[in-house]
Design a protein. Sequence first.
Length: 136
Amino acid sequence: MTKISPKTIAEAIYSATKGKSGNDLGLALKRSVKVLENKRMIGKSEEVLSALQKIIDKKEGIVRMKATTAHKIETTERKKLENEIKEKYKAQSVISEFFEKPELLGGIRVEVGEEILDATYKNKLRKLEKFLIREI
């Protein structure tokens, strides 16, 4: 028996629901849940939803970004960062989340997909510490 992956189910759900709305969309989604139930994959629903989100984002040109700073950043700086991410990834739009963690001391940590740019002071100090205590 062939094993069906959450990604395969997500692709099927995307195809089945593309361009639908209202009752047609509701029916397609109910059928999708029934398939998950029949395949005993309800426990994998989080993985299916995550894969489905990635498919939708890719098809629609959406990039998701998480930015973490020690202090709140102004709206203009947020917009500037979003525009830079939009340009870098050639995205139609950027969905961003901003977090504050005072323990970072300063700087910024930006996550886009699997890529992470950590320019926080805490990270720089950790790298400096490793450099200074390395064996010669």
